[in-house]
Structures are given as C-alpha cells and as structure tokens.
Design a protein around this ligand. Structure first.
Ligand code: GCU
Length: 602
C-alpha cells in the first residue's frame, strides 16, 4: 500500500474511532429525540451502493452520500428516491417482508429528521441500540464510522453536523455471516438482520456524565461503591451521587481525566427476586445530571454455593432467545420482554439465561423490576477462530459493550464468556483472557460459560473443562434423554466436579411441536418431551454442587438448522411453550417442580 494511502487509512481509522467513543450510560434518561419509525430501505445484495464495479469503495460514500438528482438529465443511480419502500425501525427486516425472511446481505436505511438547535451549546450523538451485524453510518452525506457486533449499543457524535431541517441519517447494515465474526457462520438461531433496536438522537451538555457504575461495594451489604466519568472540556467537577430515599450521598471531585471513584455507607433494602427493590439514584455534576432506578445486592460464591446477599440461593431458571412471542422476529419492545419474563415468573423462575447474546435493554431493566436473576452472554458460540487476534478483539469489544450497558442492573449476576466451545489450548486461552477482561471491567459479578459435558466412566459426567479454572461458576449443557441416550439414562447418571465451584446446568431439554401427541417413547411428542423432564429433574436434584438450572428453552424459536417438515419447519421446538404461547406438557412438569419446595438452596 502506498505511503499516502497508508496515512489516509490510519487517519480515517482514528477519525472513526474518535467518532465512536465508549457508550453513553443510560441514554433513555437523556434529552433528545427518538428516531424510531418508518425508514426508507433498499436491498443491496451486491453492495453496489458502497463499492464500484472493481470493488473499490466509492469515494463519496455511494448511497451514503445522500445525493439528490441535480436536474432532469441526472443519470446517477445511487439515490434514495421518494418512492423508496420503507421498513419499521426498530425491527429485524426478515419478518417485515416475505422476500426478506432468509435475506443475508446489505440493506441501506435512510431517515430524515429535523433538529431545533438548543439555546446554549450542547452536544449531539446518534445512538443505536443494536444493528445486526455490521453497520456503516452516515449523516448528511458524511461517513461517521462503523460498528461490528449485532447485539450491543453504539453511537457517533454528530455535534455541528446537524441542520434545522432535513437531516439525513443513512445506515448500511450487513448481516452476512463470516467465519471470523462473533458469532461465526454456524449458529442455532435465526440471523435476523437490520436496525433491530431503538435509534435515538441523544442531546447532552458540552461536558456531560458519560458513564458511571453505582453498585454495592464488593463483599459489602451496606456500602455503595462505584465511579463516574465525565466527557468534555470541563473535566474537573464536583459530582454528587445521591440515593435520597436512603438518605445517603457522597460528593467527589473528578480529576483532569474526568474520572472519580467513590464509596459511601448506605442502609439499603437489598434487591432480590423476592424483594426487587429499586432506588432512584441521581448522579449530579456541575454541568449535567442523570437519574435512574438501581437495585443493590451482592453476589458471590463460597465453595460450591452461590450467595445472594450472603445467603445461598438456588437458581430456578429457563433459557430465553430474543425471539418475539406471537409475531416472531427480534424482541425490541418492553411488551415483548414483559410477555417472555412474565411466562418465566409464572413458571416459578427466579433466574433467566438470556442466550446467546446480549438481549434488548428492556429485558434486563424489566428483570430488575420483576425480580429475575440474569445470565448475560456474548455470542462466542461453537466454532470460533480461536487463533485469530481480530476475532479476539471483536469478542472483547462485544464483552465491553455488554458490560458497559448493564453494569448498573442488579438482576445481572453472571457474565458468560461462551457457549459450547470445543476443548483446545487456543480456545481456553482465548476464553480465559476474556474472563480476565470481564473481571477487570466489572469485579462485582460472577464469570461463567456454558461448557459441553465430558463423559468419564460410563454414566458419569465429569466437570473437568480446563476453562473451569478461569470461571467463578461452571455452566454445563447436557441433553440426556434427547441427544444423549434415553430419558431413563438420567436415572443412572451421576456428576463429578473437579472444581470446588458451583454448577449451573445451563441447558437441558427435548423437542416437541405443541399438540403433537403419542406415547412417551415416541420422539417429537409432547409426552416424550415431558418424560425427559420427569427423568432429568430427579437427576439434577441428586447433584450436591448444583446451584442452578436453566431449561432449554422457554419458547420455540426460528432456526435455519431445523429441517423436519411438519415437525420443525425451521423452528427449534424445544420450547416449553410454542411461539404462540401454548403451554406444552413439559411446561407443567417444570412449573410444578419450581413451585415445589425442593427447588431451593442446598
Ligand atoms: C445447544 C446450543 C443451543 C441449541 C441447543 C439445541 O446446546 O447451546 O444454542 O439451540 O443445543 O440443540 O436445541
């Protein structure tokens, strides 16, 4: 590459990094405007809106240039004409038009908005809740930068780029799968593409409160600890953190880097599933103020126990994909979240495993309110390229963005590094590094991962994955009775734990379409699925170091790997409920177990 081009590339990368800074904490509490609604949308499977016919990026950004035909002789094609069809934002594109159900490629979105400049100078950011999988963002023809990763928020500063009328935000979203992506090409869920979560224009003071963590001090039940970070010219400010209802507060002074740590005593009613107490917490700087509702609890391990607020807790759980009930597609609303989490609560759950990627923020905020403990996970799933440094960087970036978004959610107690990854030195190094990074970013929560079972002696599952050394809590997915032998095999299976650490059985279950009936030895019937649960539950109860379980899965979900016509029809049917909310027999088996007294801490 010629020097001049190298310099250009380096400067461009720096510019885009400069534009896309660390996430803004709690954007929904900030001034600004929602950009949700109907956006123009153009399918571009050949990326002809971005590359010329020799595959060079088009200099002015192609469709991103927001070109308008100059006159009747204008022959330029890369234009959003008024007749351009639209798509709803937020929302995956797959479930909005039949021809988009299986589409994997680029769709260009365009939206126009007005912006009334404030009386005093402020700063503006374009904020996206998520875009799957890669997004390139333009505003008024200027390329702001790009983001990779389909399940975490990102934003670009647009201060000084907006005009009073007719601002055009254009986003190139590409959901193509790649072997060096996170997740890689093979997953067991639908590759929903698009601007799948809220889009906002966030408006903040010139120096604003960019990020903060306010939680119980690790190991404490009556001291609040955390930090605050300002962004802007006036970095040194007095900042107060107030919990008025508890009559507790502290005032600190940020340094030249805009950062300050704090700790202060507070007599609080601790958050738990039984008592999901949330406090109004205000963070008040001299130039900015932000408030939100935060719960305070401690989570720790002691030997093979999990301690919530110092007491052993047993996690009665279920796994959930971000699949919208009834309408299918990606969950993006509080209504979707309330339906799914309501079903989990009704079943007697105090715990949900949000598989296999960070869910919409509505899920974790609602889990705070409803009293559900949360396992949150990055999509380091199955066959990842463990020796590719760029892949590690992608995984670490998604981990940082997941933690940044939910660092103040009492419900989130686990950060999960991966799911069902194959044993190997490179993989264990990759995941152990991620675990160390997670602890560096957040020392208050427990680190886990869902591992594959390792059969030792016949009918003995040994928990000896080397990754266990890097985890606080072991996760294990086992399918005795479905992928592994008969349901009765569970009756003679035992577990050995080579670590003095708690186990959460992070998946177990079987598959049956709702309404498919037969005898309990006939696969794919509700009776077979229920019978698997009837043999699984006593086996799980016999595991002394088991401190939690998450049945796979709450609800049937779309899946391109599930071919059986008339049975799966490209759905994974392991749901305890159908995608239409119909309860299968296995739902009642697990519900009765969770409502019984046995499903409690050992
Ligand atoms: C695996 C995997 C899930 C998958 C499930 C299944 O354990 O973690 O993502 O959907 O099994 O096969 O149904």
């Amino acid at each position: 590459m010629r020097i001049s081009v190298v310099v250009f590339v380096v400067l461009a990368a720096a510019a885009s990094r400069a534009q896309q800074m660390e996430p803004i904490q709690n954007p929904s509490a900030r001034q600004g405007a929602s950009l949700n609604g109907r956006w123009q949308a153009l399918m571009d499977p050949y990326e002809a809106g971005y590359y010329d016919f020799h595959l060079n990026p088009i200099k002015d950004g192609g469709l991103g240039a927001n070109r308008v035909p100059a006159n009747k002789g204008d022959k330029f094609e890369l234009v959003f004409l008024p007749a351009t069809p639209t798509l709803a934002v937020p929302g995956d594109w797959n479930t909005q038009r039949p021809e988009l159900l299986w589409y994997e490629g680029t769709i260009w979105y365009r939206h126009e908005f007005d912006y009334a400049p404030p009386a005093t100078p402020r700063r503006q950011f374009l904020w996206f809740g998520a875009a799957n999988y890669q997004a390139v963002v333009f505003v008024n023809g200027k390329k702001l930068g790009q983001h990779e990763g389909g399940f975490t928020p990102f934003q670009f500063e647009v201060t000084g780029l907006l005009k009073e009328h007719g601002n055009a935000v254009i986003v190139k979203v590409d959901n193509q799968r790649h072997a060096d992506a996170v997740p890689p090409t093979m997953t067991d869920w639908w590759n929903y593409g698009g601007l799948t979560r809220d889009v906002k224009l966030v408006d903040v003071p010139e120096t604003f409160i960019q990020d903060y963590q306010v939680q119980l001090e690790k190991g404490s039940g009556d001291r609040v600890a955390g930090w605050v970070r300002l962004n802007g010219a006036r970095k040194r400010q007095k900042v107060a953190i107030r919990i008025a209802e508890a009559n507790a507060s502290v005032t600190v002074e940020t340094g030249e880097d805009g950062y300050a740590r704090f700790a202060f005593p507070a007599a609080l009613s601790l958050w738990s599933p039984e008592n999901p107490k949330l406090y109004a917490v205000a963070v008040e700087a001299e130039t900015d103020r932000v408030q939100e509702r935060i719960g305070f609890r401690s989570i720790a391990v002691s030997g093979t126990k999990i301690l919530l607020n110092g007491k052993p807790v047993f996690l009665r759980g279920v796994a959930i994909h971000a699949e919208a009930p009834f309408r299918s597609g990606r969950v993006f609303s509080e209504a979707d979240a309330r339906t799914l989490l309501g079903w989990a609560k009704e079943m007697g759950c105090n715990f949900v495993r949000l598989a296999h990627y960070p869910h919409d923020e509505a899920m974790t905020r609602l889990a705070d309110e409803m009293g559900l403990l949360v396992w949150s996970e990055i999509p380091v799933y199955w066959a990842v390229q463990w020796e590719n440094a760029a892949v590690y960087a992608r995984a670490e970036r998604q981990l940082a963005e997941m933690i940044a978004r939910d660092r103040n959610r009492a419900s989130v107690v686990f950060w999960s590094m991966a799911n069902e990854t194959p044993l190997g030195e490179a993989r264990t190094k990759f995941l152990s590094s991620l675990a160390a990074k997670a602890r560096e970013l957040d020392s208050t929560r427990l680190i886990t991962a869902a591992t594959l079972p390792h059969t030792g002696a016949p009918n003995t599952i040994v928990l000896d994955d080397p990754l266990g050394k890097a985890l606080d809590v072991l996760g294990c997915n086992e399918y005795i009775g479905w992928y592994d032998g008969s349901p009765e095999k569970a009756d003679r299976t035992s577990f050995q734990n080579t670590y003095d650490k708690p186990l959460v059985m992070s998946e177990f279950g079987a598959e049956a379409p709702y309404g498919n009936h037969g005898d309990e030895n006939t696969a794919w019937t509700e009776e077979y699925q229920a019978n698997v649960y009837r043999h699984q539950l006593p086996m799980l109860q016999r595991i002394p170091f088991l401190q939690g379980m998450a049945a796979w899965i709450l609800m049937d979900f779309r899946c391109p790997r599930r071919f059986l016509s008339g049975v799966q029809d490209y759905y994974n049917r392991k749901g305890l409920l159908s995608d239409r909310g119909e309860k299968k027999q296995a739902y009642y088996v697990l519900r009765d177990f969770y409502h019984s007294t046995v499903a409690t801490a050992r």
